[in-house]
Design a protein around this ligand. Sequence first.
Ligand code: PLA
Length: 443
Amino acid sequence: MAQHAYQTGSSPFTSSDSPKLRLSQLSDQLSPMASTHFDADVVPQAPEDPLFGLMAAYRNDTFDKKVDLGIGAYRDNNAKPWVLPVVKKAEEVLRNDPDFNHEYLPIAGLANFTSASQKLVLGADSPAIKEKRVTTVQTISGTGAVHLGALFLSKFYPGRSVYFSDPTWVNHHQIFTNVHIKIATYPYFSAKTKGLDFEGMLDTIGKAAEGSIVLLHSCAHNPTGVDPTQEQWKEISKVMKEKKLFPFFDSAYQGFASGDLNKDAWAIRYFIEQGFELCIAQSYSKNLGLYGERAGCFHFVTGASSDAESTISRIASQLAILQRSEISNPPAYGARVASAVLNDEALFAQWEEDLRTMSGRIIEMRDVLRSKLDEMGTPGTWNHITDQIGMFSYTGLTEKQVLKIREAAHVYMTKNGRISMAGLNTNNIDYFAKAVDKVVRET
Ligand code: PLA
């Protein structure tokens, strides 16, 4: 144990010393004996998180016309966060429930939330649910689900690499690196067409080592807004089956892409029909607007077999151990809100309407932005704005242009040229389109 060399009794410095001097004197006195084995020099300064750093920069900007197109959080037409009407109703139900309390949830989470979440993503009549081949753990939203899945795979599926789309949500890299899974990438975005590089994707996936993990965005790909068509998903599935690859679906935007919860889950359900064993990270941040409540699930689905039920029980038991050591048990409030919505027919119908409101407004903003750029004859092609889907558009603006538009017009977007479409509205879209036009012509 480190020993302390504090002098007791008299003060080691006089009252006229400056606080800075006093501190340095004190540290001189302490340093010879207070040293531990911890070498602070091994801790380098880490860079600020680019996305949360961007949010802070936006907040500190006092310009009245500033535009926030950074983080993927829905905003209404007044650029304000939107509490979904269905969430307000569900919260009222909770408030009036005499049994509402703040007890711990079980390790695997709120049971009627996790079971309803399985149905939401896999479909109510999913054979995997009927055959009891699915296990679900409530997580710290989508991020926690990706992490729990990665941790589980690092322990029970070791030595495999994970393949990410290039580009992908940046946090995927950090999460899998933290659990020491090797990372590879497959081509995804074609800079030329600003659409899917389907051939490149299939080619690389087809060459991956058997058993590799392939991370797929089930819909509304982040950051590109480019999704495979159903025909393309079928081909991806075929190649992955041949190579015995393991799909890891990140489902952070179900209902947000098309406004239709079933349509947005199509790829996952198709892969399960094809007999894949797979896992899913599911988030309610965007589709229920529960960002800060951290509501989500991790699902593991095994293939059909006579001992599937026993396999799934063993997997569930191990996930529970991991969960217990990581977070003990998940946060309750968001899961209770989501559960109230998922398990009530009238609230569910209201939710579907709210989803159509959000996705509809985003689609409308895509149309308006594209026609404004076309009308101004802004150099380049802009069809990708309306071809892309979901929360984001990958504009094709270069890093230089992104920095310029921030400096000159106070428009905030990530350096890769991604914009959160929800940050646009009828009040700022004209300003934004003109700023894009200017930066494209000048930079
Ligand atoms: N997966 C993908 C593909 C995401 O885009 C995000 C969030 C998550 C998981 C995690 O979200 P959750 O933990 O809140 O469920 N992406 C955001 C925010 C919206 C972020 O980076 O944390 C984004 O702006 O990219």
